[in-house]
Design a protein around this ligand. Sequence first.
Ligand code: SF4
Length: 487
Amino acid sequence: LAGLQCDRLLWTYYNARNEIPPPSEATQAIFDQGHLVGQEAKKLFPEGVEVGTSYTDIAGTISKSMEVLKDRRPVFEGGLSYGGAYARADVLAPAPKGAWDVVEVKSSTEVKEINLEDVALQRYVYEGAGLKIRKCYVCHINNQYERHGEVEPEELFTRTDVTDDIAEPLACVPENLRRMAGVIGLKRRPETAIGPHCSDPYECPLYEECHKYLPPHNVLTLVRMGVKGYDLIGDGILDIKKLPAGMKLSGAQAIQVDAVRSGKPFIHSKEIADFLSGLEYPLYFLDFETLQPAIPLFEGTRPYQQVPFQFSLHVQERKGGRVKHFGFLGDGRSDPRSELLRQLKPLLGTSGSVVAYNAPFEQRCLRELAWAFPPFASWWDRLEPRFVDLLAPFRSFHYYHPKQRGSASLKVVLPALCGSGYEGYDIADGGEASQAYLGLTTGKLSRVEERKVREDLERYCKKDTEAMVQIVESLGELIHPLDPPPS
Ligand code: SF4
């Protein structure tokens, strides 16, 4: 698949593998989730046999696979080779008349274009190696499934027949393999230009390396520019300071370019004043951390449903007043949702703005919690209109600092507006928080490790709401600058 994405990536995989950086924590988390999904899917084939060889032992895998295929039972990760290619599908399932079905397991909730390429190569190799293939399936997550009791693999997964859909990619396999063999055999790394393919279908592991020649304020940082930024790079325009005069820009893009050129932040005082005047004290700064497991962990939840396991809340009774902090973190052993709701409800009072950064996320979490726990439904109905989205002034470019480089995320806005950010935190984003909590749920951590994870999570989530308090204060100072100190 690397060869379909980019020649340079393919060449590096085969000729300079040590230059491919290890996966980031976020990518590793996706791999880990995929592994869990793969294990769960095996339950669909209770008679299945593991080939059980390592991924690097190709010869051993082929010989063991040929041996277990003779038993005519489902084979997990049976590997065969043909025509210079090697395929190892998740499952080869016996079909009538000596044939086999190819089943490729994916943790996505639908069949993607790239999955068809994957399965086409598998069919090509298996047929070339002498197997009779009847049907090909992509076995993916059914996002309508709701867990009740034990996970039911037959309900969790949907098997989509892609036999006809792979006809076109299958016809291209021999030519693709010939072309890729040529690329792999090149003496020097091909000079592939960066482009939309660097993130499609996957974020390339060499992304940082290949993009590092771009200036900090490069055209890819232009807000809502999308892949068109690569067209500009192709035309030799790398820096947003050097955009051609007369190029049509959106209002937000024009603000961004002006801010970079002047080196000063853009401040729309009236809009910021309007936003702040809409805040009603007491202010409740709220942030959730969530899990989003492909395989539902708790009763009544669906695949990839956001399950809050932690909140941080800073409460400020009046403008400029002291802030009080409250927090909740699940125990990592049981469903945290009802206890989270029980503790949060009295803390949010009955009036005052509930401030969240990207508020629709917190609102959606609470809406789903209210569905799951009906006694909280009427409370949620009263709470929902009190939400205020602190992301709004930044997403609308009512404030923009050149240091934001096109981003309005909390982690970027905080240091740009307030001067300091998340330095020194072992957990640096929501994905890492989620991974850390998943670690707690395994029950495999020592007491010391568990204490460290809990402390890191509490520190990180608290920082998010502290950041919101700072941002509101800083916005206030922008429109009502503090009197200068007496000289
Ligand atoms: S970052 Fe882009 S150009 Fe570089 S290897 Fe990856 S896909 Fe190819």
